[in-house]
Design a protein around this ligand. Structure first.
Ligand code: DUC
Ligand code: ZN
Ligand code: ZN
Ligand code: ZN
Length: 484
């Protein structure tokens, strides 16, 4: 493996600036970015004239090797990451799931799973129930384990869902630790009721999934979580914003000065719910995820919100199950394992949908696929930039070539792809991850165990202007009245 790489004459794109320059890499790190770099023999040289040289993608939202709904995702840390690298993503942040409610046991389990890694990764942690051990363990995760974000579920009644009371506890704890609280925002009680109603009506197929949990329930939970975060005076990250209902709540909060981040996912940006009515069960069931894929206008609204900056980064919620696993719900949509693919497809689809269509620039593309995520989770400029000193996570992207997606050629272990048959403009021709050339000439060269855990420190800038003692809130209570 060459440890020295020169990428010549490409247009180097960062989130704030693009220019024609060479990029020189040594031992996994970018050493220089400037025109006309001269090197000695023994350096691997790529000619990138007419191509874009961009930071590898960072996917803020994935589930690899996750046990869920009676089964386990078909992509593990090797297959999922290999797929990611083939599609130009060089880092992802996965959700650690506690083991029997224990955060530290969950963390250890994910350390084991991630030993297969062939690319860099970080962890968020899901909070699946709440007891006295949780706040103590959250502190250990932040101070010792490199986790700076915790996800709370307002859906999945009876398993993952927590009450508003416990969400408030979680928000306060995140605030005291300088961690970012994340929410899965759907009203779980109402979803539960909606599901029962569908079954009573005899609607047991995948379309019942969408009908049982409409956008209004996502809008309600998003608004509620945002208001509770305002009450605690702490930032909030809303994962998988799938509806304009939820996006508008994020926009409203931002207008009033609240720090709320909304994360759309690729499926929500470009798919529409008509697929759930397909008469073939698997063809429909492969699209079942939560929150569900919405009617077509929602995706267009989310795209517009990305171009105006209301939404600032794009994830996937990559959570793959094969046809056999999806068939667990053949008689009852409530048993279809929730999740779709996207880790391999995100970079191509976002380019085609947002840049090729003229909605955003190449610099914006780098921002929403990589830089914003790195900044948000405190790993910039090591990640998310083509700068001297940054990790050599680089893609060479040919805007004049084309991509085509199919389960026959993808690198995920799933036997289906929710983007089957889609094609578009732009192609990741080369992926360099940690200075290793891992994707070239349509071939992967990946090594299990070569990926590194990227520790993410607690926040500083995100909390700028937010007093940790919550002075604003306390002051608003005013002095107590002395009564005789
Ligand atoms: N939604 C999914 O579709 N899969 C994983 C978890 C989730 O919330
Ligand atoms: Zn410049
Ligand atoms: Zn979720
Ligand atoms: Zn998820």
């Amino acid at each position: 493996l060459p440890s020295k790489i020169l990428i010549k004459g490409g247009t180097v794109v960062n989130a704030d600036h693009q220019e024609v320059a060479d990029v020189y890499v040594e031992d996994g790190v970018i050493v220089a970015v400037r025109p006309n770099i001269k090197v000695a023999d023994g350096v691997r040289v790529f000619d990138a004239k007419g191509k874009f040289v961009m930071p590898g993608g960072i996917d803020p939202h994935t589930h690899l090797a996750m046990e869920f709904m009676g089964t386990e995702t078909i992509d593990n840390f090797f297959s999922g990451q290999a797929a990611a690298l083939a599609g130009g993503t060089t880092m992802h942040i996965d959700f650690v799931i506690p083991v029997n409610g224990s955060l530290s046991k969950g963390f250890e389990a994910y350390v084991e799973k991630a030993k297969l890694s062939c690319m860099d990764y970080g962890f968020h942690m899901a909070i699946t129930k709440w007891d006295d051990t949780v706040p103590k363990e959250m502190e250990i995760m932040v101070k010792e384990k490199g986790i700076n974000s915790f996800k709370f579920f307002l859906a999945y009644k009876g398993s993952l869902m927590i009450s508003d009371e416990l969400l408030l506890e979680g928000l306060k704890k995140c605030k005291s630790l300088g961690a970012l609280a994340m929410v899965h925002a759907e009203n779980g009680d109402a979803v539960f009721e909606g599901q029962k109603r569908m079954i009573e009506l005899g609607i047991t197929g995948p379309e019942g999934h969408a009908l049982s949990r409409p956008p209004v329930l996502e809008g309600e939970a998003t608004a509620r979580a945002i208001r509770l975060a305002a009450f605690v005076n702490t930032p909030l990250y809303v994962v998988h914003v799938m509806s304009s209902d939820a996006m508008e709540e994020v926009a409203r909060a931002q207008k009033s000065g609240q720090k709320v981040i909304g994360e759309p996912v690729v499926s929500g940006l470009i798919l529409d719910d008509s697929v759930l009515w397909d008469p073939d069960f698997i063809t429909a069931a492969k699209f079942v995820m939560s929150p569900p894929i919405r009617a077509i206008g929602h995706g267009k609204a989310l795209q517009a919100a990305l171009s105006t900056g209301v939404l600032k980064l794009v994830g996937t919620d990559h959570c793959t199950f094969n046809s056999t696993q999806k068939s667990l719900g053949i008689d009852d949509f409530r048993k279809i394992p929730n999740g779709v693919n996207g880790l391999e497809e995100r970079m191509h689809l976002v380019w085609d949908t947002m840049v090729e269509s003229g909605q955003i620039s190449a610099t914006d593309y780098v921002r929403i696929t990589s830089t914003e995520c790195a900044k948000l989770f405190n790993i910039y400029p090591r990640k998310g930039a083509i700068l001297a000193g940054s990790d050599a996570d680089i893609i060479i992207f040919n805007p004049n070539s084309t991509f085509r997606i199919s389960a026959n050629s993808h690198h995920s272990r799933s036997d289906t792809n929710v983007y089957e048959g889609r094609s578009g403009k732009g192609k990741v021709e080369v992926t360099i991850a940690g200075g290793r050339i891992v994707w070239e000439n349509e071939e992967l060269k990946v090594v299990p165990g070569s990926g590194r855990y990227i520790s993410m420190p607690p926040f500083n800038y995100l909390y700028h202007g937010i007093d940790k003692a919550d002075a604003n809130y306390l002051a608003s209570l005013k002095a107590p009245v002395n009564r005789i």
